[in-house]
Write a protein that binds this ligand. Sequence first.
Ligand code: SF4
Length: 338
Amino acid sequence: MEDESRALLFIRGTALRLAKRSAHFKAVVVTFYTCPYIIVPVRTEYREEPCKAALNRVTGMGFRWSLNPYMGCEHQCTFCYVRAFERRADRPWGERYGQSIRVKVNVAEVLRRELGRPSWKRELVAIGAATDPYQPAEGRYRLTRQCLEVLAAARNPFSLITRGPMIVRDIDVLQQAARRAEVNVTFSIPTLDVEVWRKTEIGTAPPRQRLRAVRMLVDAGIKAGIGLAPILPGISDRPEQLAEVVRAARDAGATTVWCNLLYLKPGTREHFLDSLAREWPALLPRYQRLYAKPYLDQRVSEPIKQQVAALREELGIADRREARLEPAPEPEQLGLAI
Ligand code: SF4
């Protein structure tokens, strides 16, 4: 299986390199869906559409503001929770999700204005909550990089979540930002199982490349952790699979490890179950039972979370950066002596 995956990656990489050299590459990018025996090229359209607002107000999450330089995601993970939002918004959410990407070409400029408002209190901004900021479009448009530069200049704290090792290109800006405000990067690495990765995270870089990126960020003094998200019951939740990821996270120097179990809201549910029926048909009845509601019963999810927590403890996952880039403490306001 490993040999087959490597062969497919080689073919996909070669085909992508050839596509990049073609005269049409400026207008469209060609991505490839792989299945064991065929490669189907699919054109990705980039729609360059300016935005009116860069920051989105968020409720019910651990942060109040989010930022997404792109809408839609070329990574096209089968379990992507964003499909549910897209379906509610009446946008493509099934097979066509991720084939047309909105590129907010003026996002950095708008962000600069928003952070400059007197009412802005330098609250945490979460980047990548609804689309991957380091998906392939970023290689061409560099909007995430521009936004990081704006956040760094404004000394604004941010967190960023990605599956894209392209982030290492921006280590210089991340370092600059981390010296001025709280910066946290999380890599989603649900599994190191090559077969599971290939069947579920269709357009992403191999998970071991993400681990190498974690190591590079941590060595550069930036806080970088790993989220096993999402863990798929019966597919990527075996104890040895979980241990492999947490051990690799420790070896890469990850500052934190957390996990999340798959949830399936309408939109994501249909798409994921279709792909499950193709790739793991024997598991379909089990998933239909487990996901009669969007979230797993805690009796199923809690033991898995506890396993990850125990591994984190046992393997000593902690902030072990040799050089820590952190903002200088805010100057104390001295009271007037009377
Ligand atoms: S990388 Fe994230 S946003 Fe992109 S398709 Fe996968 S889960 Fe969705």
